[in-house]
Design a protein around this ligand. Structure first.
Ligand SMILES: Nc1ncnc2c1ncn2[C@@H]1O[C@H](COP(=O)(O)OP(=O)(O)OP(=O)(O)O)[C@@H](O)[C@H]1O
Length: 307
């Protein structure tokens, strides 16, 4: 393979946006050529493939990647960069053409949903560095997972496990899965070690945010900032189903901090212990990544994005 730092590598997830990425690829390819990009490309063939492609192509000197897909595709690319040891993370740059279902990460960075405008933005080659989160599983052999948007344990991960069958409905799928999920999810006991403090009790979910939006436009943490070197943590205590439904609009309008059963904290690291038998799922950037107790740490301004 010809190695070149000047050639872009484009990763397309054909399933993103309910198949829209595959349909739109001929248009995207034509626009990339029109805008003067020299690139190689590959379609992901299975979940997890984006990470392997990035691992592999970094070895061949590629340092500029473009994600054509949604938050899950970008998550794979981020993990491909963070799990390789050939090149310093800071030398790799990522652009995004958002064509997924939720497209939550791009909202924080105001990356246009319009394909040509997204390409023009990448073409400007102006980068911003962003904090990246690392999740380590305390009671299993699973490898660490990195995230660029938001991670969570409990109800939100349960929703992620249910959302795929509704994705044909677009971003509303997350809300629908949340409402349906309410009737089968059971709150759990947790212990969070954060800023030398221990917070224990019955919990609905714990969210660890870097960027503002998740779940198709929900705002689940208070004032997250992807460049401040801090996680914005929401510990959502024992809300009943009725209370969740009552507060539903606050998940979208940024007023979650007004709900008294939600504690907000900022930190660079935390540990979350949960009942071992509850088998609580963990999600990162809308992808299911594991289950059980976790430790999270923040890597300041680890990655550069065209935005
Ligand atoms: N060829 C493939 N077949 C099946 N799944 C794939 C394939 N390639 C990638 N995937 C998986 O598809 C999932 C969804 O991708 P992605 O998140 O980009 O799209 P989306 O779900 O439509 O958008 P969003 O996450 O923004 O709502 C990811 O978990 C990814 O690992």
């Amino acid at each position: 393979m010809s190695a070149s730092a000047d050639v872009w590598f484009v990763i397309i997830n054909p399933t993103s946006g309910n198949g829209r990425a595959k349909k739109k690829w001929p248009t995207i390819k034509r626009l990339l050529v029109q805008h003067g990009f020299h690139f190689k490309y590959a379609f992901t063939e299975y979940p997890g493939h984006a990470q392997l492609l990035v691992n592999q192509y970094i070895k061949h000197n590629f340092s500029r990647f473009i994600s054509v897909g949604g938050d899950g595709t970008l998550h794979g690319i981020v993990n491909g960069i963070m799990t390789q040891t050939d090149v310093p993370f800071a030398n790799i740059k990522v652009g995004v053409i958002p064509i997924g279902t939720g497209n939550d990460w791009v909202k924080t960075h105001q990356i246009p949903r319009d394909i040509e405008r997204a390409i023009q933005l990448i073409k400007k080659e102006q980068c911003s560095q962003q904090d990246i989160g690392k999740i380590e599983f305390l009671n299993s052999e699973l490898p660490p997972v990195y995230f660029n948007n938001l991670a969570g344990i409990g109800f939100d991960a349960y929703v992620v496990s249910k959302v795929s069958k509704h994705k044909n409905l677009g971003a509303i799928a997350y809300l629908l899965a949340a409402v349906i999920g309410l009737f089968s999810f059971k709150n759990f006991n947790s212990k969070v070690i954060i800023n030398s403090e221990e917070i224990s009790g019955k919990t609905l979910m714990i969210l660890i945010g870097l960027c503002k939006y998740s779940g198709g436009g929900m705002q689940l943490t208070h004032h997250p900032n992807p460049v401040d070197g801090l996680f914005d943590v929401s510990i959502v205590e024992n809300l009943s189903k009725f209370e969740i439904l009552k507060h539903l609009p606050k998940l979208f309008n940024g007023k979650i901090y007004t709900v008294k059963q939600v504690q907000h904290l900022k930190t660079t690291s935390l540990k979350i212990y949960v009942e071992p038998d509850a088998c609580l799922l963990v999600e990162a950037d809308g992808e299911l990544v594991g289950a059980g107790a976790i430790e999270l740490s923040l890597i300041p301004k680890a990655l550069s994005f065209y935005c």
